[in-house]
Design a binder for this molecule. Structure first.
Ligand code: PMP
Length: 421
């Protein structure tokens, strides 16, 4: 498979080799690398990507959830062109910053006040720092398989660059174990940082009862509950916090909400966030950042929320994903091929295990060869998804695209099913 892939994509191979002279690994996002070399793209429109080698791929990955609007939504490109014409890098407060913030505040119940950052990583670092400063405590409870940015990664494939001793690690969806860990650490617990569905850890939904327990125990311990909704905010209007009716003290968002540009935001209860008010009477925490309110992100993000991402558009996108996940699960189940498709709404992951999958430990026996086989099979048929077998639908993916994907996965099962059983 790899040999056929290499032969079919010589220009990507050559470009990758050249890139390695400037960039360790050939690019600056670890997740984009896969053996023998990643495809290199030079153009994108709507739901499609075009490789240097002249092939067109249906973009099932949607930039790991950041590409929800597709590659060329006319509302966003118009807003961006207008913003460019109005000038960039104001180095000052701008009108769109307030309008964008107001639009976000109305959307997420846990965001009474918020501030912008350049990425989800920064948003989480700021949320964690705020929780520590607000409580005067140091420990942060996190979960195995959780991913909150490059320096806040817990048990994903890559070795974390974080500082481990301040983190208490529990198993995702483990109600009793986590409750006991919180009780043991309560006096020093500043916050519980959790994705309401593990994202890069495998799109594994949090059980509502587990998330409600975290809410109760955080309150009891005097710690803050932080929901990282960088990925999950797209799964319902108001994010999973609204869909599951669990209100965090702080929450972070990012990715698609910046309209496809660098973006992050953190926010929460006014009592905590007021610590960032330089004219306030409480704490006076600094939060600077040259590009926090950059003109292009503010313009694209605002246009997306005002004109594209209506509640009904979001419902339709997530309903399409739910139908797709159900049909893909059925293909594997009916053929008796050990693949489990987890996720919620427009986000899903193919796991080469029999299932059920409710925590990353359930993936211990995953068959890496099966995952690689599916990845290259779909690639060969013109589908681009994450090497970790994650799909994140964009608004540019149609029902017909989903029908064709299901048919292709049926074909995969017919060709390779016997070897995988
Ligand atoms: N939190 C979650 C849940 C994420 O999925 C990501 C990105 N994959 C981040 C934080 C980090 O966001 P960014 O890549 O914008 O720094």
């Amino acid at each position: 498979l790899r040999a056929a892939y290499s032969e079919a994509n010589p220009r990507s191979a050559e470009r990758h080799e050249r890139a390695r002279r400037s960039l360790p690994g050939g690019n600056t996002r670890t997740t984009l690398f896969y053996e023998p070399f990643p495809l290199v793209f030079d153009r994108a429109e709507d739901g499609y990507l075009h490789s240097l080698d002249g092939d067109r791929y249906l973009d099932l990955l949607g930039d790991y959830t950041a590409g929800l609007y597709g590659h060329s939504n006319p509302v966003l490109t118009k807003a961006l062109h207008a913003a460019i014409d109005e000038g960039m890098s104001f180095g000052a407060q701008t009108d769109r910053e307030e309008r964008f913030a107001a639009a976000l505040r109305g959307r997420f119940p846990g965001m009474e006040l918020l501030r912008f950052t350049n990425s989800g990583t920064e948003a989480n670092l700021m949320a964690v720092a705020s929780a520590r400063a607000h409580t005067g405590r140091s420990t942060i409870l996190v979960f195995r398989g959780g991913y909150h940015g490059g320096v806040l990664s817990f048990g994903n494939d890559n070795a974390p660059l974080n500082v481990p001793h301040r983190f208490l690690l529990c198993d995702y969806n483990d109600v009793e174990g986590t409750r006991a860990a919180i009780a043991g650490k309560a006096p020093d617990l500043a916050a519980i940082l959790v994705e309401p569905m593990l994202g890069s850890g495998g799109t594994i939904p949090g059980d509502p009862g587990f998330l409600r327990m975290l809410r109760e125990e955080a309150t009891r311990a005097g710690a803050l509950l932080i929901f990282d909704e960088v990925m999950t905010s797209r799964l319902a209007p108001g994010g999973l916090q609204r869909a599951l009716d669990v209100r965090p003290d702080l929450c972070t968002v990012g990715k698609y909400l910046g309209g496809g540009l660098s973006f992050g935001a953190f926010g929460g209860r006014a009592e905590v966030m007021n610590g960032f008010d330089p004219a306030g009477t409480g704490a006076r925490w600094a939060h600077a950042g040259t590009f926090n309110n950059n003109a292009l992100t503010m313009a694209a993000g605002l246009a997306g929320l005002e004109h594209v991402l209506t509640d009904s558009a979001l419902h339709e996108l997530n309903a399409r994903g739910d139908r797709l996940r159900g049909r893909l699960s059925a293909v594997f189940a009916e053929a008796g091929v050990p693949f489990t498709v987890t996720g919620r709404g427009s986000l899903l992951t193919f796991h080469p295990v029999s299932g059920p999958v409710s925590t990353p430990a359930d993936l211990a026996n995953a068959n890496p060869v099966a995952k690689e086989l599916l990845f290259f099979y779909l690639l060969d048929r013109g589908y681009w998804m994450a090497r970790r077998a994650m799909v994140s639908l964009s608004l540019a993916i149609s029902d017909q695209d989903c029908d064709e994907l299901v048919a292709t996965v049926e074909e995969f099962v017919a060709v390779h099913g016997a070897a995988l059983r």
